[in-house]
Ligand binder design. Sequence first.
Ligand code: GLU
Length: 239
Amino acid sequence: MCGIIGYSGTNTNAVEVLLEGLEKVEYRGYDSAGIAFVTDKGIQIEKKEGKLDNLRNHMKQFEVLSCTGIGHTRWATHGVPTDRNAHPHYSENRDVALIHNGIIENYVEIRTELEKEGFTFKSDTDSEVAAVLFGKYYNELGDLKATMDKVTHEMTGTFALAAIAEDQPEKFVAYRKNAPLIVGKGKGCNFVASDFSALLKYTKDVYLLETGDTVVLTPDSVTIYDESGKEIKRETMHI
Ligand code: GLU
């Protein structure tokens, strides 16, 4: 069971928020950790095998200003636990980054098709298939929600997904299918996470997503769509 966190806020401290969030979901067990965030130079991904402290120490060399990012602790199911197989994964053009919790059952078929089209892969994971597919469709559609719809329509299995795009420095998208994912609503900042503990420092107001829900987040908006694509209000909870 891995952990996921996603953040969009008006403060430029995305890296610290993501690292703190991952610390809170460490108890779920993991073998590597990584973060991706949008900067004025594009998307930067940093990931390290082993404990979160390895990633934290590695991040000390960077001075990052970023308002949007995603973070992941991995429990390897496809591919050994290494830096290369850790999440997030880039799309082919490195203009999109994605994290995934769960298993993509038909990843071999999708990967084979993408390889025929000339796409290349850097890891042994099922999850990188989702990142490369997301990048392909994002380049065609230019819309995070429409891209998530198309990607999740093609994949079978269980997943919680979150993705960022370099041309959307204030927005990210997430999706839940038979894997835990909740939304946290803060003041000038919004989140997704695998569980409450990652969010408590910033907010006690959460939305419970249902399976098949997609959510688009900015610092001041949370828009949830159900499986049919209809915008929907979900139950809120004050913890
Ligand atoms: N199946 C994915 C992998 O092996 C995700 C595992 C997880 O949920 O952490 O990279």
